[in-house]
Write a protein that binds this ligand. Structure first.
Ligand SMILES: [Zn+2]
Length: 288
C-alpha cells in the first residue's frame, strides 16, 4: 500500500443536543469541585478521582520478574475514559517534552493507544498516519517487519507495546529506524523486567498458556531486560531513557497527581541527523 492510499477518517463526531450540553456543563462544575477533595486527575478526560481502578494481568512471572509496563497495578485505569497509566505517561511526555503540539511533523503511530490517537487526530498541523498489523481502526495495515513506507518518511514514530509480540524484533527495529528521517525520533515502550540483565526469549514456547506462564501474556514472545536499549542501538538508534520523576513539576508533582507508574521510563530512539525540524524531545536525557 502506498502513502497515497491513506485517507484520514473522522472518528470524532461532536454533535450534541443543548440538553446534553447543559448536563455536561453541570457535570463539569461538579468535577471541578471534586479537585479539592480528591488526589488524582485524569489528564485526558479531566475527571478528579480518589484513585484510579486496578488494571493488568496477574500471572506470577510478571511479579517475579518485576515487569514494568505490564502486570497488575492497583491505581491504573480511569473509570471515566478508560485510559491506563502508560497512556497517561505517553501523553504527558508528548505534551511536555516534545514539540508535537506546535510543530508540523509527519508522525507514524503503530498500534495506536486510543486516547492518545484521539488527541493527535485533532492536531491539524500534524500529518498523522496510524497503522497496525490487523488494519482495524487504523489508517493502514502494516507489518512492522516489512514497512511499506520509503526510507526517511517520518519525523517521529510512536510504537509502544508492539516489539514484545514480534519474533524478529531486530528487523522490526531496523525497519522503524529506516523509515525515520535523519534527526527523527521514536518512542518505543515495551514491558521490561527490572531484574533481568538479558532479554529472555524462547520461540519454542508457542502455546498461549505456556507463553502466559513464561512471558506473562499469551501473545508475547519475550521479556525484555536491561539490554533493551542495547538492542535498539544495534538497529542504529541513539537511545535515551527519560524518567518522569526527575521532572515531577511537569508530570503531576511529587504527589503523582496523574497516577503514573514511578518505575516506568520512556525509551526514545533517535536516528542520526539534525533534530530541529522533527519536533523531538531535547537530547538531554540520560544516555543509555
Ligand atoms: Zn480519564
Amino acid at each position: 500500500m502506498s502513502d497515497v492510499a491513506i485517507r484520514e477518517v473522522d472518528i470524532h463526531p461532536t454533535s450534541k443536543s443543548p440538553l446534553a450540553d447543559r448536563r455536561s456543563g453541570f457535570r463539569a462544575i461538579l468535577n471541578r469541585l471534586r479537585q479539592f477533595r480528591y488526589r488524582y486527575e485524569c489528564p485526558f478526560c479531566g475527571v478528579h478521582l480518589k484513585r484510579f481502578l486496578p488494571f493488568g494481568l496477574k500471572f506470577a512471572v510478571l511479579r517475579e520478574k518485576q515487569i514494568v509496563g505490564g502486570g497488575y497495578r492497583e491505581n491504573a485505569r480511569c473509570p471515566s475514559c478508560g485510559c491506563i497509566d502508560r497512556e497517561r505517561l505517553l501523553y504527558l511526555y508528548l505534551r511536555n517534552e516534545t514539540k508535537l503540539f506546535e510543530q508540523p511533523v509527519r508522525l507514524l503511530h503503530v498500534a495506536p493507544e486510543a486516547r492518545v490517537a484521539e488527541v493527535l487526530h485533532k492536531l491539524s498541523h500534524i500529518e498523522y498516519v496510524t497503522a497496525d498489523i490487523s488494519g482495524a481502526n487504523v489508517m493502514t495495515t502494516m507489518d512492522i517487519t516489512r514497512i511499506q513506507f520509503a526510507d526517511d518518511s517520518f519525523d517521529a514514530i510512536i510504537c509502544n507495546h508492539v516489539l514484545e509480540h514480534i519474533i524478529d524484533d531486530a528487523r522490526a527495529m531496523s525497519e522503524l529506524h529506516r523509515v525515520l528521517k535523519p534527526g527523527g525520533w521514536a518512542i518505543l515502550q515495551v514491558p521490561i523486567s527490572r531484574l533481568l540483565d538479558r532479554t529472555y526469549e524462547d520461540f519454542s514456547i508457542a502455546d498461549t498458556a505456556a507463553r502466559e506462564a513464561a512471558f506473562g501474556q499469551g501473545d508475547h514472545v519475550r521479556i525484555y531486560g536491561k539490554d533493551y536499549p542495547a538492542r535498539l542501538a544495534r538497529a542504529g538508534f541513539a537511545v535515551r531513557i527519560f524518567q518522569w520523576t526527575t521532572r515531577p513539576d511537569r508530570f503531576g508533582g511529587s504527589r503523582n497527581r496523574f497516577g503514573l507508574n514511578r518505575d516506568e521510563f520512556v525509551f526514545v530512539g533517535w536516528k542520526a541527523g539534525r533534530t530541529e525540524r522533527t519536533g523531538g524531545p531535547a537530547e538531554r536525557d540520560q544516555l543509555a
